[in-house]
Design a protein around this ligand. Structure first.
Ligand SMILES: [Zn+2]
Length: 268
Protein backbone atom coordinates (compact mmCIF):
# COMPACT_ATOMS: atom_id res chain seq x y z
CA UNK A 1 0.00 0.00 0.00
CA UNK A 2 2.85 2.35 0.71
CA UNK A 3 4.44 2.43 -2.86
CA UNK A 4 0.98 3.16 -4.32
CA UNK A 5 0.19 6.03 -2.16
CA UNK A 6 3.58 7.74 -2.58
CA UNK A 7 3.52 8.62 -6.34
CA UNK A 8 -0.19 9.40 -6.28
CA UNK A 9 0.39 11.84 -3.61
CA UNK A 10 3.39 13.59 -5.10
CA UNK A 11 2.62 13.76 -8.85
CA UNK A 12 -0.78 15.50 -8.83
CA UNK A 13 0.42 17.83 -6.14
CA UNK A 14 3.40 18.95 -8.16
CA UNK A 15 1.29 19.60 -11.28
CA UNK A 16 -1.49 21.31 -9.40
CA UNK A 17 1.08 23.21 -7.41
CA UNK A 18 2.66 24.54 -10.58
CA UNK A 19 -0.65 25.97 -11.74
CA UNK A 20 -1.29 27.41 -8.34
CA UNK A 21 2.17 29.02 -8.21
CA UNK A 22 1.52 30.60 -11.60
CA UNK A 23 -1.84 31.94 -10.45
CA UNK A 24 -0.45 33.01 -7.14
CA UNK A 25 2.48 34.69 -8.85
CA UNK A 26 0.19 36.63 -11.16
CA UNK A 27 -2.06 37.58 -8.32
CA UNK A 28 0.98 38.65 -6.36
CA UNK A 29 2.21 40.91 -9.15
CA UNK A 30 -1.26 42.43 -9.50
CA UNK A 31 -1.44 42.86 -5.78
CA UNK A 32 1.95 44.60 -5.60
CA UNK A 33 0.95 46.96 -8.43
CA UNK A 34 -2.37 47.73 -6.77
CA UNK A 35 -0.69 48.24 -3.40
CA UNK A 36 1.95 50.55 -4.92
CA UNK A 37 -0.79 52.52 -6.64
CA UNK A 38 -2.73 52.76 -3.42
CA UNK A 39 0.34 53.73 -1.45
CA UNK A 40 1.25 56.38 -3.98
CA UNK A 41 -2.33 57.68 -3.93
CA UNK A 42 -2.55 57.71 -0.15
CA UNK A 43 0.99 58.89 0.56
CA UNK A 44 0.16 62.53 1.38
CA UNK A 45 -2.64 61.39 3.68
CA UNK A 46 -0.34 58.96 5.44
CA UNK A 47 2.20 61.71 5.98
CA UNK A 48 -0.48 64.05 7.31
CA UNK A 49 -1.78 61.34 9.58
CA UNK A 50 1.74 60.76 10.82
CA UNK A 51 2.11 64.43 11.64
CA UNK A 52 -1.20 64.67 13.46
CA UNK A 53 -0.09 63.35 16.87
CA UNK A 54 2.82 65.79 16.96
CA UNK A 55 0.58 68.74 16.16
CA UNK A 56 -1.99 67.83 18.78
CA UNK A 57 0.57 66.78 21.34
CA UNK A 58 2.07 70.24 21.31
CA UNK A 59 -1.31 71.80 22.09
CA UNK A 60 -2.37 69.11 24.54
CA UNK A 61 1.05 68.66 26.12
CA UNK A 62 0.19 70.63 29.22
CA UNK A 63 -3.03 68.84 30.01
CA UNK A 64 -1.57 65.39 29.48
CA UNK A 65 1.40 66.28 31.67
CA UNK A 66 -0.82 67.64 34.42
CA UNK A 67 -3.03 64.56 34.38
CA UNK A 68 0.12 62.49 34.81
CA UNK A 69 1.13 64.73 37.69
CA UNK A 70 -2.25 64.27 39.34
CA UNK A 71 -1.80 60.55 39.27
CA UNK A 72 1.59 60.76 40.93
CA UNK A 73 0.60 63.47 43.42
CA UNK A 74 -2.41 61.61 44.82
CA UNK A 75 -1.40 57.97 45.15
CA UNK A 76 -3.10 57.54 48.52
CA UNK A 77 -4.93 54.52 49.78
CA UNK A 78 -8.48 55.61 50.48
CA UNK A 79 -9.52 58.21 47.90
CA UNK A 80 -11.08 55.74 45.50
CA UNK A 81 -13.43 54.42 48.15
CA UNK A 82 -17.06 55.45 47.85
CA UNK A 83 -18.65 57.07 50.94
CA UNK A 84 -20.31 53.75 51.86
CA UNK A 85 -16.99 51.87 51.70
CA UNK A 86 -15.04 54.28 53.87
CA UNK A 87 -14.23 53.34 57.45
CA UNK A 88 -16.09 55.24 60.19
CA UNK A 89 -13.12 57.49 60.93
CA UNK A 90 -13.02 58.79 57.34
CA UNK A 91 -16.66 59.80 57.16
CA UNK A 92 -16.90 63.16 55.45
CA UNK A 93 -19.30 65.70 56.90
CA UNK A 94 -19.69 69.11 55.29
CA UNK A 95 -22.38 71.17 53.59
CA UNK A 96 -22.55 68.68 50.72
CA UNK A 97 -22.43 65.61 52.98
CA UNK A 98 -24.77 66.21 55.92
CA UNK A 99 -25.47 63.75 58.69
CA UNK A 100 -29.00 62.46 59.12
CA UNK A 101 -30.89 64.03 62.01
CA UNK A 102 -31.16 60.65 63.77
CA UNK A 103 -27.38 60.01 63.65
CA UNK A 104 -26.09 58.46 66.86
CA UNK A 105 -22.67 57.43 68.09
CA UNK A 106 -21.33 55.91 71.31
CA UNK A 107 -19.52 58.56 73.30
CA UNK A 108 -16.82 58.62 75.97
CA UNK A 109 -15.95 61.46 78.29
CA UNK A 110 -12.49 62.93 77.56
CA UNK A 111 -11.13 65.97 79.42
CA UNK A 112 -14.61 67.34 80.02
CA UNK A 113 -15.75 66.79 76.43
CA UNK A 114 -17.53 63.91 74.71
CA UNK A 115 -15.83 62.02 71.90
CA UNK A 116 -16.50 58.95 69.74
CA UNK A 117 -15.57 56.05 72.07
CA UNK A 118 -13.51 54.37 69.33
CA UNK A 119 -11.16 57.39 69.10
CA UNK A 120 -11.35 58.58 72.71
CA UNK A 121 -8.06 56.93 73.70
CA UNK A 122 -6.23 58.68 70.85
CA UNK A 123 -7.56 62.04 72.00
CA UNK A 124 -6.77 61.55 75.68
CA UNK A 125 -3.29 60.24 74.86
CA UNK A 126 -2.58 63.34 72.76
CA UNK A 127 -3.74 65.66 75.54
CA UNK A 128 -1.80 63.74 78.20
CA UNK A 129 1.36 63.95 76.12
CA UNK A 130 0.84 67.69 75.74
CA UNK A 131 0.57 68.09 79.49
CA UNK A 132 3.74 66.07 79.94
CA UNK A 133 5.45 68.66 77.77
CA UNK A 134 4.31 71.37 80.16
CA UNK A 135 1.46 72.56 77.93
CA UNK A 136 -2.09 73.22 79.10
CA UNK A 137 -4.60 72.21 76.43
CA UNK A 138 -8.29 72.69 77.03
CA UNK A 139 -11.24 71.24 75.14
CA UNK A 140 -13.72 73.99 74.50
CA UNK A 141 -16.03 72.01 72.21
CA UNK A 142 -16.31 68.40 71.11
CA UNK A 143 -19.46 66.35 70.40
CA UNK A 144 -22.61 68.35 69.70
CA UNK A 145 -26.13 67.10 69.14
CA UNK A 146 -28.18 68.22 66.17
CA UNK A 147 -30.08 70.60 68.46
CA UNK A 148 -26.84 72.00 69.95
CA UNK A 149 -25.61 72.78 66.46
CA UNK A 150 -28.93 74.30 65.36
CA UNK A 151 -28.95 76.57 68.43
CA UNK A 152 -25.31 77.65 67.88
CA UNK A 153 -26.02 78.37 64.23
CA UNK A 154 -29.09 80.47 65.02
CA UNK A 155 -27.20 82.31 67.77
CA UNK A 156 -24.47 83.25 65.30
CA UNK A 157 -27.05 84.50 62.80
CA UNK A 158 -28.79 86.56 65.49
CA UNK A 159 -25.54 88.19 66.56
CA UNK A 160 -24.70 89.09 62.96
CA UNK A 161 -28.18 90.51 62.43
CA UNK A 162 -27.67 92.63 65.56
CA UNK A 163 -24.42 93.89 64.02
CA UNK A 164 -26.39 95.17 61.05
CA UNK A 165 -26.03 92.30 58.56
CA UNK A 166 -29.00 91.55 56.29
CA UNK A 167 -30.65 88.14 56.78
CA UNK A 168 -28.91 86.76 53.68
CA UNK A 169 -25.52 88.21 54.60
CA UNK A 170 -25.86 86.94 58.16
CA UNK A 171 -26.64 83.40 56.99
CA UNK A 172 -23.74 83.38 54.52
CA UNK A 173 -21.28 84.64 57.12
CA UNK A 174 -22.64 82.36 59.86
CA UNK A 175 -22.23 79.33 57.57
CA UNK A 176 -18.49 79.99 57.39
CA UNK A 177 -18.05 79.69 61.15
CA UNK A 178 -20.94 77.82 62.69
CA UNK A 179 -22.36 75.61 60.00
CA UNK A 180 -26.05 74.57 59.97
CA UNK A 181 -27.21 71.51 61.92
CA UNK A 182 -26.29 68.26 60.20
CA UNK A 183 -23.26 69.69 58.43
CA UNK A 184 -20.89 70.02 61.39
CA UNK A 185 -18.49 67.19 62.05
CA UNK A 186 -18.76 68.04 65.74
CA UNK A 187 -22.03 66.07 65.42
CA UNK A 188 -19.98 63.12 64.23
CA UNK A 189 -18.13 62.93 67.55
CA UNK A 190 -14.73 63.00 65.82
CA UNK A 191 -14.01 66.73 65.96
CA UNK A 192 -12.63 68.68 68.86
CA UNK A 193 -11.80 72.32 69.46
CA UNK A 194 -8.67 72.59 71.57
CA UNK A 195 -7.34 75.87 72.91
CA UNK A 196 -4.67 76.92 75.32
CA UNK A 197 -6.10 77.36 78.80
CA UNK A 198 -3.95 80.51 78.88
CA UNK A 199 -5.63 81.89 75.78
CA UNK A 200 -9.16 80.73 75.15
CA UNK A 201 -10.32 83.06 72.41
CA UNK A 202 -11.30 81.40 69.12
CA UNK A 203 -9.47 83.66 66.73
CA UNK A 204 -6.59 83.35 64.33
CA UNK A 205 -3.99 84.32 66.96
CA UNK A 206 -4.74 81.02 68.64
CA UNK A 207 -2.26 79.51 66.16
CA UNK A 208 0.59 81.26 67.97
CA UNK A 209 0.04 79.58 71.33
CA UNK A 210 2.55 76.87 72.27
CA UNK A 211 -0.39 74.42 72.43
CA UNK A 212 -1.38 75.02 68.79
CA UNK A 213 2.23 75.01 67.68
CA UNK A 214 2.65 71.59 69.29
CA UNK A 215 -0.64 70.28 67.87
CA UNK A 216 0.16 71.38 64.33
CA UNK A 217 3.45 69.51 64.57
CA UNK A 218 2.28 66.35 66.33
CA UNK A 219 -1.48 65.86 65.88
CA UNK A 220 -1.04 63.38 63.01
CA UNK A 221 0.92 61.03 65.26
CA UNK A 222 -2.34 60.47 67.14
CA UNK A 223 -4.54 60.32 64.04
CA UNK A 224 -5.70 63.95 64.05
CA UNK A 225 -5.56 66.65 61.39
CA UNK A 226 -5.89 70.41 61.41
CA UNK A 227 -9.23 70.22 59.65
CA UNK A 228 -9.74 73.75 58.32
CA UNK A 229 -6.39 75.10 57.10
CA UNK A 230 -6.07 78.71 56.05
CA UNK A 231 -5.37 77.92 52.39
CA UNK A 232 -8.21 75.42 51.93
CA UNK A 233 -11.23 77.57 52.76
CA UNK A 234 -12.56 77.33 49.21
CA UNK A 235 -12.57 73.54 49.44
CA UNK A 236 -13.74 73.05 53.03
CA UNK A 237 -16.27 75.89 52.94
CA UNK A 238 -15.16 76.76 56.48
CA UNK A 239 -12.94 79.61 57.66
CA UNK A 240 -9.46 79.01 59.08
CA UNK A 241 -9.79 77.42 62.52
CA UNK A 242 -6.39 76.75 64.11
CA UNK A 243 -8.18 75.10 67.07
CA UNK A 244 -10.37 72.55 65.28
CA UNK A 245 -8.93 69.02 65.03
CA UNK A 246 -10.52 66.00 63.43
CA UNK A 247 -9.73 62.33 64.01
CA UNK A 248 -9.13 60.44 60.73
CA UNK A 249 -6.80 57.63 61.88
CA UNK A 250 -3.00 57.73 61.91
CA UNK A 251 -2.41 56.63 58.30
CA UNK A 252 -4.67 59.24 56.72
CA UNK A 253 -3.56 61.92 59.19
CA UNK A 254 0.12 61.38 58.40
CA UNK A 255 -0.57 61.65 54.70
CA UNK A 256 -2.90 64.64 54.89
CA UNK A 257 -0.58 66.68 57.11
CA UNK A 258 2.54 65.71 55.12
CA UNK A 259 0.95 66.69 51.82
CA UNK A 260 -0.71 69.81 53.18
CA UNK A 261 -4.09 68.83 51.80
CA UNK A 262 -7.55 68.90 53.37
CA UNK A 263 -9.88 65.97 53.98
CA UNK A 264 -12.00 66.84 50.95
CA UNK A 265 -8.93 66.54 48.73
CA UNK A 266 -7.77 63.34 50.38
CA UNK A 267 -11.13 61.66 49.82
CA UNK A 268 -11.77 63.00 46.31
ZN1 LIG B 1 -14.74 73.00 65.79
Amino acid sequence: MKPQSRPHHYAPRRRGGGVRYLLAGSAGIVCVVVCLALLFHLWPTAVRAGELPEDTSSSQGESSTSSLNQITVTPTAEPSLSPEERPWYLRLVNKDNPLPQDFTVELTQVYGGQFDSRAADALSQMLEDMEEQGLSPMICSSFRTWDDQAALHQDKIDRLLAEGYSQEEAETEANRWVVPAGTSEHELGLAVDIVSSEYQILEEEQENTPEQQWLMEHCQEYGFILRYPEDKQDLTGVGYEPWHYRYVGVEAAQEIMAQGICLEEYLS
